[in-house]
Design a binder for this molecule. Structure first.
Ligand code: ARG
Length: 484
C-alpha cells in the first residue's frame, strides 16, 4: 500500500477544496488498511447497482458494459493481489472507483449515480457479515456433529457430575457432552435470526435523504439476495444494530468455547487425567521436556476477552451518536473483522481438538461415587415410601455423617445400620446405591440415563441432517464466497 506522504491524489469529494489534506490527517482518517477486506462485497454491490441503473434507463447498455468490464478487471487484480491500494484515496470504495475511472474513463464516475458512500458502506458491511454468518453457522454445525458422535460413544460412560466443582451426582459423560451441544445449538439459532436483520438492503438511502433518480431498490435487493429493503433512509445509513448483534453472538460463542476449553484444561491435568489431547492440538514447553500443554483450549479461554471487547467497542461507538451517518461509524469495522477472523480460526481448532482427543473412560468413571454422590438416592428412596422429602433428606444426611465417621461408603452400610437410621430404610435401597443404578434410573426425557441420551442424540442426528441440507443450498447461493 502507498504511504501517507505520497503525492496528493484526486479525491471524489475535493471539488470544494483548495488545499490538499494534511498527510497525517489522511493517514488518520483512512480506512483502506482494513476495509479492503470488503473489496469483493463492494464490487458485488456495485455490479448490482450498475445493473439496476441500466435497467432504469439511468445508464446506457454500453456504459454498463464498460463498468462491468472494468469492475471485473479490478476484481481479478484484487484476488491476485496485484491491486495498488492508496491511503490518500481513503477507503475501499474510493480506491475501487478511482481505479475504475482510470480504466474506463469518465463513465466510471457514473457508477456513483443515486448512491453515496454512506449507503454503499452499509451495504458492504451487511454483505460481508452475511457471508461470515454463513461460514460460522457451517463451522458450528461441524462442531455439533463432532460432539454428537463423541456423545454417542460415551453414552454409557459414568462420570461424576459436579456442582460448585464438587462431586454432586453421577451422570453419563454422553449427557455432559450433550450439554455442550445445546449451548452451540442456541448460538446457531441466534445466528440464523440475526441473519434476517443483516439481510436488508440500505442502498437507495444515498447520503441520508434518498435520491431523485428513479432507482429500483427491489431489483438491487433481488440481485444481491437481500430479503428486504430498508424503509427509512436516515435509519438505513446509521443502523449498525445488526453488527452489534453479530458481535454479541460471536462473544457468546467465544464464551461457550471458553467453557469447553476450561473443561479440557481441567480434564487433561494430572489430577483429573480424563483426557489425552492429540499431539496435533497441543504444544510443548521449551524448558520442561515432559510437558504437553493444551494451548488450543487455553486460547479458547483467552480469546473470549477480545470477543467481549469488540462488542463493547461497537456499542460505545453507537451510543449517543446523532443521526444519520457520522464518521464514527468507520470504527465499526475493525471489531467486526477481528471477531470474525478469530472465530474462523478458533472454531475449527476446537472442533479438531474435540474430535481427536482420547478420553480415558476408566478414569472418568473412577470418581463418580466419591463424595457420597449417591446420598440423593437414599433421600429419593425414602420419600417414595411416603416419608416427606425434607425428612428423607435429613436421614440421608445422617447416613453420610455416619459413613464419614466410620470411613465407609454408603453402599457399605449394613442392613441393621440402615434400618437404624429410619425404619423405612430397608435393604431394597441397596439396589440404588451404585452409580449405574443411580444413572440408569434417571430416564426422564432430559435425564442422564443411556437411553435418554441416545434418544436425544437420535432426534438431533435427524435435525442436523436437515441443517446440512440448508447449508448445501446456502453454499450454492453464495458459491465462491464460502470456504469449502
Ligand atoms: N470509510 C467510510 C466508513 O467506513 C465510508 C463512508 C464515508 N462516508 C463519508 N461521508 N465520509 O464509514
Amino acid at each position: 500500500m502507498a504511504d501517507a506522504t505520497e503525492t496528493p491524489t484526486k479525491k471524489l469529494w475535493d471539488g470544494r477544496f483548495t488545499e490538499a489534506t494534511d498527510a497525517f490527517v489522511e493517514a488518520f482518517t483512512a480506512s483502506v488498511g482494513f476495509d479492503q477486506q470488503m473489496a469483493l462485497q463492494d464490487i458485488k454491490g456495485s455490479i448490482a447497482h450498475a445493473t439496476m441503473l441500466q435497467s432504469a434507463d439511468i445508464l446506457s447498455e454500453s456504459e454498463l458494459e464498460l463498468i462491468l468490464g472494468g469492475l471485473d478487471e479490478i476484481q481479478q487484480e484484487i484476488i491476485e493481489n496485484r491491486f495498488e491500494w492508496s491511503v490518500s484515496l481513503e477507503d475501499v470504495h474510493m480506491n475501487i472507483e478511482s481505479a475504475l475511472t482510470e480504466k474506463i474513463g469518465v463513465v466510471g464516475k457514473t457508477l456513483h449515480t443515486g448512491r453515496s458512500r454512506n449507503d454503499q458502506v452499509a451495504t458492504d458491511i451487511r454483505l460481508y457479515l452475511r457471508d461470515q454468518i454463513d461460514k460460522i453457522s457451517d463451522l458450528l454445525t461441524r462442531l455439533q456433529q463432532g460432539i454428537l458422535s463423541l456423545a454417542e460413544n460415551e453414552s454409557e460412560t459414568i462420570m461424576p457430575g459436579f456442582t460448585h466443582l464438587q462431586v454432586a451426582q453421577p451422570v453419563t459423560f454422553g449427557h455432559h457432552l450433550m450439554a455442550w451441544y445445546e449451548m452451540i445449538e442456541r448460538d446457531y439459532s441466534r445466528l440464523l435470526d440475526c441473519r434476517k436483520r443483516v439481510n436488508v438492503l440500505p442502498l437507495g438511502a444515498a447520503a441520508l435523504a434518498g435520491t431523485t433518480y428513479p432507482i429500483n431498490r427491489e431489483m438491487t435487493a433481488e440481485l444481491l439476495s437481500f430479503d428486504s429493503v430498508a424503509r427509512n433512509s436516515l435509519d438505513a445509513v446509521s443502523d449498525r444494530d445488526f453488527a452489534a448483534e453479530a458481535l454479541f453472538i460471536m462473544a457468546m460463542i467465544g464464551i461457550h468455547l471458553s467453557k469447553i476449553g476450561e473443561e479440557f484444561v481441567l480434564w487433561s491435568s494430572t489430577e483429573f487425567d480424563w483426557v489425552e489431547i492429540d499431539d496435533a492440538y497441543a504444544t510443548g514447553s521449551s524448558i520442561m521436556p515432559q510437558k504437553k500443554n493444551d494451548d488450543v483450549a487455553e486460547l479458547a479461554r483467552g480469546k473470549s476477552g477480545r470477543f467481549i471487547g469488540n462488542l463493547t467497542a461497537l456499542l460505545v461507538v453507537l451510543k449517543a451518536m446523532p443521526f444519520a451517518y457520522n464518521r464514527d461509524l468507520q470504527e465499526d469495522k475493525e471489531p467486526i473483522f477481528d471477531s470474525v477472523d478469530q472465530l474462523l480460526l478458533l472454531l475449527p481448532a476446537i472442533t479438531g481438538m474435540v474430535e481427536t482427543a482420547k478420553f480415558k473412560q476408566a478414569n472418568i468413571s473412577k470418581g463418580a461415587a466419591a463424595g457420597y454422590s449417591l446420598a440423593t438416592e437414599i433421600a429419593d428412596f425414602l420419600s417414595k415410601t411416603g416419608v416427606p422429602f425434607s425428612v428423607a433428606h435429613e436421614v440421608a444426611g445422617e447416613c453420610v455423617k455416619f459413613c464419614e465417621e466410620n470411613k465407609i461408603d454408603l453402599a457399605q452400610m449394613s442392613d441393621q445400620q440402615l434400618v437404624a437410621m429410619h425404619p423405612n430404610l430397608t435393604p431394597a435401597v441397596k439396589k440404588f446405591l451404585t452409580v449405574t443404578g443411580a444413572v440408569s434410573s434417571r430416564t426422564s426425557a432430559m435425564g442422564t440415563s443411556k437411553d435418554s441420551v441416545l434418544a436425544a442424540i437420535n432426534k438431533l442426528n435427524q435435525d442436523i441432517s436437515g441443517v446440512d441440507k440448508a447449508i448445501t443450498s446456502l453454499r450454492k447461493q453464495f458459491s465462491g464466497m464460502i470456504n469449502p
